[in-house]
Write a protein that binds this ligand. Sequence first.
Ligand SMILES: NC(=O)c1ccc[n+]([C@@H]2O[C@H](COP(=O)([O-])OP(=O)(O)OC[C@H]3O[C@@H](n4cnc5c(N)ncnc54)[C@H](OP(=O)(O)O)[C@@H]3O)[C@@H](O)[C@H]2O)c1
Length: 257
Amino acid sequence: MKIAIVTGASSGMGKEFVRQIDERCYGLDEIWMLARRREEMEELNGQTQAKLRIFPVDVSDKVMLGQFEECLAIEQPNVKILVNCAGYGKTGAFDHIGKEENLGMIDVNCRGLTAVTYSVLPYMTRHSYIIHLASAAAFLPQPDFAVYAATKSYVLSFSRALRREVMSRGICVSAVCPGPVKTDFFRIAEQTGETFALKKFFYAQKEKVVRQALLGAFRKKEVIVYSLPMQGFCALTKALPHRVLLDVYSKMLGIDG
Ligand SMILES: NC(=O)c1ccc[n+]([C@@H]2O[C@H](COP(=O)([O-])OP(=O)(O)OC[C@H]3O[C@@H](n4cnc5c(N)ncnc54)[C@H](OP(=O)(O)O)[C@@H]3O)[C@@H](O)[C@H]2O)c1
């Protein structure tokens, strides 16, 4: 049975990945959707060619992930595409955000993504793709988004290294690094603080980001940076010392550096 697995499939880019994978990838028997909110995933029922299988799973919960692993072991699927999209960020000062939320971002964005990849990898064969949602936030540390940006640096670094490890097995790993995208992400992020105003000028549409992510992954690109301004930002973080960029950014935020 050929399948795709998408985490964070109840909303935003994850849900859009399910739609576009279904449109573009003929021959998939099933798409497995993972997120905590079942009803939001069920909204796609009847709208896809591939059969949807819904897993109400918190990727930071060991017991739930264990049950998911058992399902993989029983079904023995041939996983052609894995999209690790589950993730969230909280904006604001590190000590204002609180311990639980700071550690929660690490649990979901890093531990959860790593655990799902580890569990799914044995079911992937030649000509298959792993797509990890990192972020443009991976390119530079971000005051007032400190833990989130650090988790995305982890995702980018992990993806690039894993790519080299599994390449000879015909498995291609890509990291997707968009700037701000219009989804529920910022509603959740802003529960603890305000988003830096300038970011709102760069909002991208999830449909376009996902289309470019899939195109890039199928062309075996290592890092996919959506939009020209974000490609410019990426180039800047390679050209200038991070200390200088952080000084400028901190001043823009009104933080004494
Ligand atoms: N939007 C942006 O500006 C932006 C930019 C760059 C990168 N990203 C990254 O892109 C990914 C998708 O974000 P989005 O913009 O599509 O945001 P979103 O609409 O808020 O979607 C986030 C998804 O992650 C799932 N999720 C969160 N915590 C989870 C947990 N503990 N277990 C399982 N699933 C969980 C949510 O589902 P449930 O709540 O149902 O569990 C939801 O489906 C994230 O990794 C994010 O960091 C976003």
